[in-house]
Design a protein around this ligand. Structure first.
Ligand code: ADP
Ligand code: GLC
Length: 477
């Protein structure tokens, strides 16, 4: 068995703000069949500590950047979980990154540097074969391995789930990070005169991965690399793309406890019950036209401003829209105004609701994902699995996972969704029109739904790729 320590700032079912949690939560079970025993390390936020039944103390740290901490043992996805119990850093009400009003905690640099230091020390002391760090919050773990354990460092993998979040802090924190002066350099932690956690992790890790092959290529360009494109290019073949999977235990319409009616590709007619329930839940009229859904953070990345611009077109073309999301106040206002203009045709729910997100995938006809960039994207994968046809921008993981319903793909029975090129109001409006035209041809539509449901986006393939990567790095291939 290869022993891998995974460190992330969130993981389902314990704490989630986005797709990182789905991935970090699903990976341990996905890797077990490939001879990888993954131990996950998470911060001891209150809900995580509460979920530990009878925690055993597995390890103690006397000085994590000036704080005491201990590791409590539990289970995640049937595999070992370690929780960093450091009350001064993590025992606070609010979200994992900020207070109830959405303001970032001012000591986030310290919280996540301490998490990373714990991971690096643990990986070396307990002889893990690999350390796998996710996103900027874990970016200092490969850095601590490099500078504090030089010569005996555990090989590390840095996975970038989103280049837009880099963990950039001022120069003044450097002296408190417990790093040697040599780390303050252009190939160390220094980034535009401050400290970059993601940058540092990408510079120090043996291999960088990101969550789709297309995004791995895109981040070589300034538009997607967001300042780190030079570093990405300089790491050459040490930058790989491995697409995310979905957890069939959570996302399977045949046995999803959240649904009014469960179904398979062979019983698609049963979706109607879910559609009617969803219409009622969102106060929408019932008719024969398509019901579009959106489940998303409401941000510029996700193209939600463009969605606001095409809301009228969607309704005038005979569509309806049910949207669940939370995020930018300006976008909430724009979407609320659209819903007010079109009562019975557009319904929105502002907030975070996991169960509702399942009911939407099961009752909606098509899911709109007009992202400007999308490292992988999970909601289109859930759409595929649920027969809720994805309508996606051709970028990153969206481009890699959806097969556009062009004439050739339709003829071959391969089409699984609709792709469009630029994220602009005319392009999205055109994609919506194409979708509605396909929807009005029931046999074709059903074929698209079935092809998507047959596509395999479970973790089987990607789990094997991660396992192979770990073996390569550990010299055990
Ligand atoms: P990102 O991580 O960039 O937000 P992903 O598509 O990878 O995008 O993952 C988003 C995850 O969060 C999915 O599991 C999606 O269903 C979920 N999600 C997003 N917004 C909401 C919401 N308002 N309520 C419930 N689930 C949501
Ligand atoms: C990030 C990305 C998203 C990806 C998720 C999980 O949040 O924005 O595209 O699916 O991480 O890897």
């Amino acid at each position: 068995m290869l022993r891998v320590l995974s460190v992330a700032s969130e993981a389902v079912p314990l704490v989630k703000t986005g797709g990182l949690a789905d991935v970090a939560g699903a990976l341990p079970a996905a890797l077990a069949p490939h001879g990888v025993a993954m131990t996950s390390l998470l911060p001891g936020y209150p809900p995580v500590l509460r979920a530990l039944a009878k925690p055993l103390v597995a390890w103690k740290f006397d000085d994590l950047l000036g704080h005491k901490g201990r590791l409590l043992a539990g289970q995640l996805g049937g595999q070992d979980l370690l929780v960093l119990d450091a009350p001064a850093l993590f025992d606070r009400e609010g979200g994992p990154y900020g207070d109830a009003n959405g303001r970032d905690w001012p000591d986030n640099w310290l919280r996540f540097a301490a998490l990373s230091l714990a991971a690096a020390d643990l990986a070396v002391r307990q002889g893990f074969d690999i350390l796998h760090a996710h996103d900027w919050q874990a970016g200092m773990a490969p850095t601590y391995l490099r500078y504090r354990h030089a010569g005996q460092a555990t090989p590390s993998v840095m996975t970038v789930h989103n280049m837009a979040f880099q963990g950039h802090f001022g120069r003044e924190i450097f002296d408190r990070l417990g790093l040697p002066a040599a780390a303050w350099s252009i190939d160390g932690v220094e980034y535009h005169g401050g400290v970059g956690f993601l940058k540092a992790g990408m510079a120090a890790a043996n291999v960088i991965t990101t969550v789709s092959p297309s995004y791995a290529r895109e981040i070589r360009l300034p538009e997607f690399g967001m300042g780190l494109e030079g570093l990405v290019a300089s790491r050459g073949t040490q930058v790989r793309g491995i697409v995310n999977g979905i957890d069939p235990a959570e996302w399977n319409p045949a046995n999803d406890g959240h649904l009014a009616a469960r179904y398979t590709a062979a019983s698609l007619a049963r979706r109607r019950g879910n559609k009617r329930a969803l219409e009622a839940e969102f106060g929408l009229e019932s008719d024969d036209g398509p019901l579009f859904i959106v489940v998303s953070r409401l941000t510029w990345q996700k193209g939600m401003d463009v969605l606001v611009d095409v809301a009228d077109h969607l309704v005038h073309s005979g569509g309806r829209l049910a949207l669940l999301g939370s995020g930018d106040a300006g976008l909430v206002a724009g979407l609320s105004a659209a819903a007010a203009r079109h009562p019975g045709r557009i319904g929105i729910r502002i907030g975070y609701d996991e169960a509702l997100s399942h009911r939407m995938q099961a009752g909606g006809d098509a899911i709109l994902v007009p992202s400007r960039f999308e490292p992988c994207g999970l909601t289109q994968l859930y759409g595929l699995a649920y027969g809720c046809v994805p309508v996606v921008a051709r970028t990153g993981g969206l481009a890699d996972t959806v097969i556009d319903a062009n004439i050739a793909a339709l003829a071959a029975g391969a089409a699984t969704g609709i792709q469009f090129n630029s994220v602009s109001a005319p392009a999205l409006a055109d994609a919506i029109s194409r979708t509605i035209a396909l929807y009005r041809q029931p046999a074709l539509w059903k074929a698209i739904q079935r092809a998507g449901m047959k596509a395999d986006f479970t973790w089987a393939g990607s789990g094997a790729l991660y396992a192979q990567l770990y073996r390569e790095l550990a010299g055990k291939s």
